[in-house]
Design a protein around this ligand. Sequence first.
Ligand SMILES: Cc1ncc(COP(=O)(O)O)c(C=O)c1O
Length: 478
Amino acid sequence: MRDQNRVPLLEALSVWSKRDPISYHVPGHKNGAIIPAMEQAEEVFKHVMAIDATELTGLDDLHDAYGVIKEAEELASELYGSAQTRFLVGGSTAGNLAMMMAVCQQGDTVFIQKNCHKSIINGLRLTKAKPVFISPEMEHRSQVATGITVGSLKEAIRIYPEARTLVLTNPNYYGMSVEIEKVIALAHEHHLTVIVDEAHGAHFGKSGYFPKSSIAHGADLVVHSAHKTLPAMTMGAYLHVVNEDYRSKVNDYLQILQSSSPSYPIMASLDLARYHLSSLTHEQLTQIVSEVDWFKKSLNHIDGVTVIDHATSSVSTIDPLKVTVQVKGLSGFQLADELEQESIFPELADSLNVLLVLPLAPKQENYKKTIQVFKEIALKSRTNPVISYNIEIDKEISTPAYSFEELEKMSKREIEVKEAIGKISAKAVIPYPPGIPVVMPGERFTSKHVKFLLNVLSEGGHVQGMMGNTITIALEEE
Ligand SMILES: Cc1ncc(COP(=O)(O)O)c(C=O)c1O
């Protein structure tokens, strides 16, 4: 067992910085000595620039780690139970690309959970693998897309027995998971390599308070955006190699995809975030979770406020740190506006919901103020007409009619969505909610897709990949 109380990279940076070093090397701010004389610049940048180092003696090299970065990565690997954990300075985005490139070859058939992040789609573009999209389930009260089921995966395997890889997104943005353990087990029975984008679950697996991580379920490669739920700087993430077979390819692609000048503040914050997670005691976790529980219950007790919780929803687990909340008479967008006017900034809003991401720390005084603000908003909106939004999605296993390469060569045109039946989509078209792409790039619009999109628009939904009522199509040869 290593000493999880150590933060080797942060310690090395602070020892180096205390030497008052004279810099004749990059970066040009010379350890924060040159900060342009602008109001607030010094105050903001002085401390962070003091540790914004480069690959100096004793500070190791991310791409060929042998010293303090290696030690910091090994501490993270031990904590998460991986064979190897790598620090990412380009977010889970870089991790998803590296995982896809390490596993998929050109022409391979790859199962993709359809409500994936765009970095997975970009991974497909780069690898030239052939995607088979599997539609996820929906959580009905929030109307958001969740995860895929064993039944859908079985059906996909029956139709495409040649597939060798499964790419999952777990949990969804709202912290919801659907039978992930069983899905991974089934995939392994059929010799599929399992990649999990667990960007929102960097704290998973910590004691019994949070859902288990996909690492514990035996996924082969897993990515965590440490910056999303742990106290790490934006862009800081971990890539966990569970299956040793992919270690060297992952390392190779990471040095292609990540900067050759990775940020030391980001890497040190990853070291610190791992320390934070490992150091949380049972008492602190109990306090965090009971405060969260109290916060959610208090919100739910306000007349007109609904918190989507595990007991009343159709998913297997919901991350306690995520609060999906609705206020009667307000769309999610309107609710977010109201909250922001009171200087409360949620993570996101959609047509129905607002999502709050709670901190992984006890003693949250902010919860009381937030409850008060919700009471005032709910009271004001009580007489507004109720917003109803009821979208039925078709569960599909689908493949694009054209590959990304073919699509790139085709001319594009904007047309009204009502004219799209039979046409090829040039983009992913994603209504929120439910956040499931109706079509992916290269897929053909059916009458059902068009009807669905028109319905979403008429219900006041927001659709990514559309401009008003228009979509972008790729023109086929006559
Ligand atoms: C499911 C999912 N995967 C990956 C990403 C990308 O993560 P990052 O911002 O760390 O690059 C996001 C970002 O929101 C996400 O929601």
